[in-house]
Write a protein that binds this ligand. Structure first.
Ligand code: DX5
Ligand code: ZN
Length: 213
């Protein structure tokens, strides 16, 4: 599955880019929400996401790179977000936050940064629908893939089997046509890609190509 990130879209022509994604074979649309506190960048919030949600005809996958995400869960649900992921590093009451996401009608995901071990997620693996592994330090599109991320995918896949869980594995950051096949082999189910898709000559063809690799 492919979840293009709109962080790399043309915000001067956002409706056009969302329509392109609607017509593409992508599975989800990845929304990178950044607060400038948890990550050293600010992206977009509800004034931008409201019209995006109106135009989008694919499931919305919101990735919250913000502190205190529990304060905004209901508002993302009201937008019509389908999948909502929160960072392990920002959720001292992670089990409660996951439950709140589900109570608000969304499918919960948990995200780990490159320097957070996947084993810390063990107690939560049966509570989430997906786990997002960051293969870059969050905050910017167009960064280079961090190689040890593939080991975390393999470790997470083994943990899923051990725990008898059935979450999807999503990866995010520096994903391109040269590393997708290796990562799928390692166990990735959903690929987030921003720069690779939006810098491609033909983004729709790039999305279909990623899904075939
Ligand atoms: C980075 C975001 C990623 C990023 C992916 O903080 O979480 O989703 O936009 O972009 P690329 O594919 O350009 O690395
Ligand atoms: Zn993201």
């Amino acid at each position: 599955m492919v979840a293009p990130s709109i962080l790399s879209a043309d915000f001067g022509h956002l409706e056009r880019d969302i329509e392109m994604l609607n017509e593409s074979s992508c599975d989800w649309i990845h929304l990178d929400v950044m607060d400038g506190v948890f990550v050293p960048n600010i992206s977009f919030g509800f004034p931008v996401l409201k019209p995006v949600a109106k135009v989008a005809r694919k499931p919305l996958d919101a990735h919250l790179m913000i502190v205190e995400p529990e304060k905004f869960i209901k508002r993302f649900a009201d937008l019509g977000v389908d999948y909502l992921s929160v960072h392990y590093e920002t959720c001292p009451k992670l089990r409660e936050t996951i439950a709140m996401i589900r109570e608000n009608g969304m499918k919960p995901g948990v995200v780990v940064n490159p320097d957070t071990e996947v084993k810390v997620l063990k107690p939560f693996l049966k509570d989430v629908d997906y786990v997002l592994i960051m293969s870059v330090y969050p905050g910017f599109g167009g960064q280079s893939f961090i190689p040890h991320s593939v080991d975390k995918v393999k470790e997470l896949k083994a943990l899923r089997k051990e725990e008898g869980a059935d979450f999807l594995i999503e990866i995010d950051g520096g994903i391109n046509l040269d590393n997708v096949a290796m990562l799928r082999e390692a166990g990735v189910d959903i690929f987030v890609a921003g720069n690779t898709v939006f810098s491609a000559e033909d983004p729709k063809a790039c999305i279909s190509r990623m899904a075939e690799l």
